[in-house]
Design a protein around this ligand. Structure first.
Ligand SMILES: [Zn+2]
Length: 116
């Protein structure tokens, strides 16, 4: 009988300790919610930044920094589609680059020396 009473007292102490811990957690919850919301908006900002940077990279990649001209209409408004090393001089930095003309929509392959 005495053992049961001791066990009950022990359980009561544990219950009180657990309740204290629970109310401490409950007090922290709003702060943690704020932190989560703050981190959420920070993540949104970073995603937006990543999208902008990816767009910038794509624009740089597709740009025509050498000022090449369309073989058909002479426009320099070209968009780079792809490039591959020149069959013979590829290892010397010569690249056959496929552009599409934004004026006449025709494609031009232009050989570019990327080491210049
Ligand atoms: Zn053109």
């Amino acid at each position: 009988m005495e053992t049961h009473k001791e066990e009950l007292l022990l359980l009561k102490d544990q219950l009180i300790a657990n309740e204290k811990e629970f109310s401490a957690c409950r007090r922290n919850a709003p702060t943690l919610t704020d932190v989560i919301n703050h981190l959420g908006s920070e993540i949104q900002g970073l995603k937006h930044e990543i999208r902008a940077l990816n767009k910038k990279i794509e624009n740089l990649h597709n740009a025509n920094p050498d000022g090449c001209r369309c073989r058909y209409c002479g426009s320099i408004k070209l968009k780079r589609i792809k490039g591959e090393p020149h069959k013979i001089f590829g290892d010397m930095g010569i690249v056959d680059t496929l552009f599409i003309c934004l004026e006449c929509k025709k494609e031009s392959v232009i050989t570019i020396d990327t080491l210049k």
